[in-house]
Every structure is written in C-alpha cells, then in structure tokens.
Design a protein around this ligand. Structure first.
Ligand SMILES: Nc1ncnc2c1ncn2[C@@H]1O[C@H](COP(=O)(O)OP(=O)(O)O)[C@@H](O)[C@H]1O
Ligand SMILES: [Mg+2]
Length: 276
C-alpha cells in the first residue's frame, strides 16, 4: 500500500526513472553483457519539455524505448503517472528519425490514422486532420502521397500525425536529424507552436545543442556509455521562444558553453576508452 503522500506525488509526476540499469546481451554472449544505462534517475513533470543529449551510444534511445514499454529495465523501474511501465505504453506518442508514413495513404489519410484507430467518426477525423495540416502549412497537399512530398513536409506530417491524438507524453528521437539547417529551424518553431496548444510532456533526443536550448525547459546531459545523468540543466530563457534568434537571447551563450564543455568531456572519455 502506498501512503497518501506517495500517491499524490506519483500522480503529479509524469515520468519517473528510478535507479534504472539496462544491460543488453548481444547474440547469446550472456557472459559479456553491454551495460547501456547505469543508475539513471530523473523525473519529468507534466507538460515539461525535456531534452536528452550526450555522445552517441550513451543510451538516449534506450531511455525512450523503456518509457514506451518496448524494452524492460534490467533493474530499477520506469514509472509513468505513478504506474510501472511493464508492457507497451499506449499513452505515449513516439516520433522517430524516420517519418514512418504509410506510402499507400495520402497525407490526409496518414494524419487521420491514429484517430481512425481510436474510432473517431470520419467527419470529425477529417476536420481535426485538416486543422493540423493547415497549422503546419501543408494545406493544398491533403491528397498527395508521401513520395510526392519533400523531406521537411513528410517530417511535418509525421509530427502532426502523432500530436493529433493528444498523447500525454510525446517521445521524439532525433526527429529533425536528416534535414537541412534551415528546415530544422522552421520545424522547431512549428513544433513549439504545436506544443504550446496542449503542452504534452515531451522527451526529445537531439545531438544539436542549439536545438535543445531553443525547445527545452530542461536538458539532461548523459555521460558516455554506460549512460547516467551527468547534469540536469534548467533552461531559463523566457517563452515563447523564437528559434530563429535564440542565440541572441541573454543567457544563451553561457548555457551553450556549459553544455558543450560537458559533452566534449564525455566524447573525449569515450574516445579514450576506445568506444565510439
Ligand atoms: N537491442 C540492442 N541489443 C544490443 N545492444 C543494444 C541494443 N540497443 C542498444 N544497444 C546498445 O546500447 C547502447 C546504447 O544505445 P542507444 O540507446 O541506441 O544510444 P543512443 O541513442 O544514445 O545513441 C549502445 O552501446 C548500443 O549498442
Ligand atoms: Mg539513439
């Protein structure tokens, strides 16, 4: 039985990683597991936008997979609204680096997909999809198929397709990775506008420190593998933010330098150990 006080804290906290370790056993080599995460502890409050940054291979994607219930911690626990995540977590939306649009469905039909699964009536589905399509400037392309859209347009479609069903937590794993710098900044601005509408909790993985600063309330810096949290930065820059001019905002330079110093130390450590 939980005490009343614990229960209250649990419902308030959206995401809670408690003493999480994750080891992977590579192809039957059970004698030599790879420790991906060690002693990971962090909490995310409802509506917070939190970025995870750190050297490649430090366990960022593993964290998202644990919260999505796609994988289980080796020890410790991952809590979502006070309940342990033990199987596929249907209250998260997951946006990966690939847009995962269905090639045989039009833009409109792709955006409607989740609402269709939820049994939302066709007229309402189309109205909501249309609204989101307009919000990201894709009006006029409703009947186009994914191969007829640019990379940036497909990315927008993938994002609104996930945000349309108001999931409580949105996981984004380097969603703007393959795009050119200009398109990235435009999409960052659009993402912030979409996020402001319903303020879901967001866990956002990026290797772009400027992007992390422009978007986040907090930035968690991971150590090189096994990943653990090295530093938890609060981003104090005021909102609403303008990703086009974020580097001119007072406080930006200091935060960027601090983040970069941390990351560089970790990258050098992983080089030194022959990993990465
Ligand atoms: N399914 C898996 N099987 C074996 N090893 C894995 C698996 N997934 C991830 N790993 C290992 O765990 C570590 C962390 O991976 P990952 O979470 O993908 O890092 P990041 O997203 O920070 O680049 C890496 O060493 C990676 O090789
Ligand atoms: Mg990754």
């Amino acid at each position: 039985m939980e005490t009343t006080e614990q229960a209250t804290t649990a419902t308030k906290t959206s995401v809670d990683f408690q003493d999480v370790y994750k080891a992977f056993i590579a192809r039957g080599r059970s004698d030599d597991p790879i420790l991906a995460l060690a002693d990971v502890n962090f909490r995310v409050e409802p509506g917070e936008f939190v970025s995870l940054v750190g050297p490649s291979g430090c366990g960022k994607s593993t964290c998202l997979n644990l919260l999505a219930g796609l994988s289980k911690p080796s020890s410790g626990q991952v809590m979502h609204h006070g309940a342990k995540v033990e199987s596929i977590n249907t209250s998260v939306g997951y946006i990966t680096q690939d847009d995962n649009l269905l090639p045989w469905r039009s833009l409109m039909a792709n955006v409607e997909l989740a609402l269709e699964f939820q049994g939302v009536a066709k007229a309402e589905r189309q109205q909501r999809a249309q609204e989101f399509i307009e919000l990201v400037g894709l009006g006029g392309f409703e009947q186009h198929y994914p191969h007829e859209l640019s990379g940036g347009m497909r990315k927008r479609a993938g994002i609104i397709r996930t945000l349309i069903y108001d999931s409580d937590v949105v996981l984004m794993d380097e969603p703007f990775g393959p795009l050119d710098a200009q398109t990235r900044v435009i999409l960052q601005a659009e993402l912030l506008r979409l996020w402001e509408r319903s303020r879901p909790t967001v866990l956002f993985v990026t290797h772009d420190l400027v992007e992390a600063i422009a978007l986040s309330d907090r930035i968690l810096v991971f150590t090189s593998g096994p990943g653990t949290i090295k530093r938890d930065y609060k981003v104090e820059l005021p909102r609403p933010r303008d990703p086009f001019h974020i580097h001119e905002t007072p406080g930006f330079d200091e935060l960027y330098d601090a983040l970069w110093t941390d990351i560089r130390t970790e990258i050098e450590k992983s080089r030194g150990s022959g990993v990465g």
